[in-house]
Write a protein that binds this ligand. Structure first.
Ligand SMILES: [Zn+2]
Length: 346
């Protein structure tokens, strides 16, 4: 990812859909969610989550990178898919793979796999955690033109989000205390196969990004599946990362966004989770959460590294294991765990 969308039509669309999508799966509106959140605004979290282990999260990044770039139709992609399914199962999830085909901007056909896991499937109130697991097949932003055609490791862009989610599940599995909510996981495929820099169509329908989430949002793995809210993790592990409120997240999932950033501040991560709207002008960041919000109608927040840009390593060969900072993984993972543990069952 990602292109920033500046289309006024898109902004208009977002405004129109906001009323609908601000309702969660149980019909509760964002306003009532906000009231609940405001009640805890100045207090410490009531339920303390167990410790998120950043060393273990780092190993989950290393394992993915070791397969090589996770480009669909490749052995690395197949092997990593098997690894992710087996790991989810070891962590107590029931799993399924949603297969789909996608045709990219250069007319290639890709065999995509959305990898889905479910923990505590009996719980009616569910939180959806998502990340993309594919990696980009070129390094179009690399200053070195000789390496631009080479696929990137995607340690941060892809690997870090998956790793944080896996470590959240592992932490819950080994902890005597469990969240009262059920957790669903989707690792979306083919998020990062968009056109090289400078060729992006300026509308969301012909966007060449996010094929996995586009497909799932209109073809859910279970009919009528919904979740109370969702959290998307994208580029959540790089040195120097900062996370601001992403505009589409505010548009569709304001109360969730506020809860995540408030919780991060309470845990002492306010220097990484900056409690302000991202300064990206009009529009938002085109990422998997956009389709989950708009088409699946699940309020989803995007935790994504964006300061003045996506970081110097973005879509370059520098997106490798050396860019990963355990303290960033820790801030994101601990915050998300706390958000999960502070949810009430109803
Ligand atoms: Zn990307």
């Amino acid at each position: 990812m990602k292109k920033l969308f500046f289309s006024s039509i898109l902004i208009l669309l977002c405004t129109c859909f906001a009323c609908e999508t601000n309702k969660n799966s149980e019909g509760q509106t964002n306003d009532s969610l906000k009231t609940e959140s405001n009640n805890t605004q100045n207090s410490k979290p009531a339920v303390k989550a167990p410790e998120f282990n950043a060393d273990s999260a780092f190993v989950f990044v290393e394992r993915q990178v070791a397969f090589g770039p996770r480009i669909p139709n490749s052995k690395a992609h197949e092997d990593c898919a098997n690894y992710l399914v087996q790991t989810l199962q070891k962590l107590g999830a029931t799993t399924e793979i949603q297969n789909f085909d996608a045709t990219s901007f250069d007319k290639k056909v890709w065999k995509g796999k959305n990898i889905i896991g479910s923990i505590n499937p009996q719980a009616t109130k569910r939180i959806l955690l998502a990340a993309h697991w594919d990696s980009r097949r070129f390094a179009d932003k690399d200053k070195d033109t000789t390496v631009r055609k080479k696929a990137i490791d995607g340690a941060d862009d892809g690997g870090s989000g998956v790793a944080v989610i896996l470590e959240i599940l592992r932490t819950i599995q080994v902890s005597p205390s469990k969240p009262t909510v059920g957790i669903d996981v989707i690792f979306f495929d083919l998020e990062d196969d968009g056109t090289p820099e400078g060729y992006e169509p300026q509308d969301n329908e012909s966007s060449t990004w996010c094929y996995g989430s586009k497909h799932w949002s209109k073809n859910k793995h279970k009919t009528n599946y919904s979740a109370y809210f969702g959290i998307l993790f994208d580029m959540v592990g790089a040195k120097g990362a900062t996370f601001y409120h992403e505009p589409f997240s505010l548009e569709y999932a304001q109360s969730v966004t506020e809860e995540v950033w408030r919780t991060a501040g309470q845990l002492g991560y306010g220097h990484i989770f900056i409690n302000q709207k991202a300064n990206i002008g009009a529009g938002g960041i085109m990422d998997d959460h956009f389709y989950v919000n708009r088409d699946a109608k699940i309020p989803m927040v995007d935790i994504i590294n964006y300061g003045s840009g996506f970081g110097a390593h973005h879509h370059t060969q520098a997106d490798n294991i050396k860019i990963i900072d355990k303290s960033v993984l820790k801030a994101v993972g601990q915050t998300a765990l706390q958000v999960l543990y502070q949810q009430t069952a109803q």
